[in-house]
Design a binder for this molecule. Structure first.
Ligand code: KG4
Ligand code: ZN
Length: 442
């Protein structure tokens, strides 16, 4: 099935966000106000585009109001995962990711628009064939970045109809640059053809705002975002990042801790690969670890808790991965890895990650005063880790905002939502992919 994860998202397009913790909410200094929701005063329909890694994702949302009255409604959110294709490489292979995004993004947009039934604003230049318009606007630019995308674009006659979209929000980075460029090139074309301004979005900011979405909201209705008090601490844990962010407001982030080498998701993926499990490895490791706890299978060998005693808020996961490698090699000396060994090692690995994350969040909470903890990124799908993070937040009497299952991984809903908070937009020619884009730096 081509759209493996897509059906799931279409089925529950609004099931997005859950909160734990129960601290009182201040109505005067709400996080939403500080995050810039107050800036979104007009009714808007926003198209979100995300191609930073191995998920091609598109979403349409509506927003209205500002500050306390800010609301959003999900029209549609689709994700086409390439994970199965990258399994053989044990990680994301950038050239393949780029090719697949180029192949899938146009059919995905067609599906998104057909299902959403947005009213049309008109047609692109009357009487002129679509390919002429595209050639005129961006041929040199797009062909230099993605010939496949260009060829697909000139065939996509539905693009002549201009849907009533007010803004396109696209991930500009961080991520795999060849993959990011597909979303950017596509956005440039759409923005020029349809005359719609663009909000370039930092992928990590997307993960932060994605965790503010509310899961309690019934299907298809307007929702207010989670409210909580400001300033906030965010723990972003994904395949490419492990960061602690001190959030004062949108565009006002300070990275106060980050990994010196591998990201935590990457460590999950590499450990899984060493244990012969498919990519992405996080869910597999997590499942084995859970089975080990249930079956009382002990750790076959202790693994390090990297940088747990360092006097800063930084992380390092490459040593943990190397320790897994040595443990696996040693076990293989006596024969193939047993299920018992895999489960025990997965359990020990998850414990090492848990202790490391908890100790660093604790150190951050002891260092800065915050009133909310936000967790985002693909690894926040790990309920063992988030249960412990929630317990810690409870000890500090602060609420924790966790993304729901549908927005913990990469998606365009979070990108569209981040787009609502942007005060300025750009023209197509002004946007570029930035593979190493940092939060808080424009
Ligand atoms: O945010 P994300 O979807 O993509 C990036 O921006 O990197 O994160 C993907 C990462 C992968 O490393 C994947 O193995 C990890 O999230 N992941 C998990 C779990 N589900 C996904 N890690 C641990 N436990 C999980 N349940
Ligand atoms: Zn991500």
């Amino acid at each position: 099935m081509i759209y493996a994860r897509l059906a799931q998202l279409v089925e529950h397009p609004l099931d997005v966000g859950r909160v734990t913790g129960s601290n009182p909410v201040s109505r005067t200094t709400s996080l939403l106000d500080k995050l810039g929701a107050s800036r979104c005063t007009h009714y808007m329909i926003i198209l979100g585009i995300e191609t930073s890694c191995d998920d091609t994702a598109l979403a349409l949302i509506e927003t209205r109001g500002s500050g306390e009255s800010f609301e959003c409604r999900v029209i549609n959110s689709l994700v086409h995962s390439q994970a199965d294709l990258h399994t053989t490489y044990g990680g994301v292979y950038p050239a393949l990711a780029k090719r697949e995004h180029g192949k899938n993004i146009i059919p995905l947009l067609k599906k998104l628009l057909e299902e959403s039934r947005l009213p049309l604003r008109g047609q692109t230049s009357e009487g002129k064939p679509l390919h002429e318009e595209i050639v005129e606007t961006f041929r040199a630019d797009v062909t230099s970045q993605n010939a496949e995308l260009f060829e697909a674009l000139v065939q996509a006659q539905f693009l002549k109809n201009i849907p009533s979209i007010d803004r396109i929000a696209v991930t500009e980075g961080p991520g795999l640059e060849p993959a990011l460029w597909v979303g950017i090139s596509f956005t440039r074309i759409l923005s020029a053809l349809w005359n719609i301004p663009v909000a370039p979005i930092n992928h990590m900011e997307g993960h932060i705002v994605g965790s503010l979405l509310n899961s309690e909201t019934p299907h298809g209705t307007w929702q207010k975002l989670q409210e909580s008090r400001f300033p906030a601490l965010a723990l972003l844990i994904s395949g490419g990042h492990t960061e602690l962010i001190h959030i004062q407001g949108i565009g006002n982030y300070s990275i106060i801790g980050q990994t010196k080498d591998d990201a935590v998701g990457e460590a999950f993926d590499k450990t899984a690969r060493l244990l012969g499990l498919p990519y992405p490895g996080g869910p597999h490791i997590s499942r084995l670890a859970q089975e080990a706890r249930e079956e009382n299978i002990p750790s076959p060998t202790p693994l390090p808790r990297p940088m747990i005693g360092s006097n800063d808020l930084n992380f390092s996961f490459s040593g943990l991965k190397t320790a897994v490698l040595y443990a696996v090699r040693k076990a293989e000396e006596t024969g193939p890895l047993t299920e018992q060994f895999k489960k025990g090692l997965a359990r020990e690995f998850e414990e090492a990650v848990r202790e490391t994350l908890i100790s660093k969040i604790k150190a951050a909470l002891d260092t800065i005063e915050v009133h909310t903890l936000i967790v985002g990124g693909g690894v926040s799908a790990n309920t063992y880790l988030t249960t412990h993070i929630s317990k810690l937040a409870e000890e500090y009497s602060i609420p924790v905002l966790l993304p729901s299952r549908h927005v913990s991984g990469d998606n365009a809903l979070m990108i569209a939502l981040a787009g609502a908070f942007q005060t300025t937009t750009k023209t197509p020619g002004e946007i570029r992919a930035h593979g190493t884009k940092k939060l808080g730096f424009n």
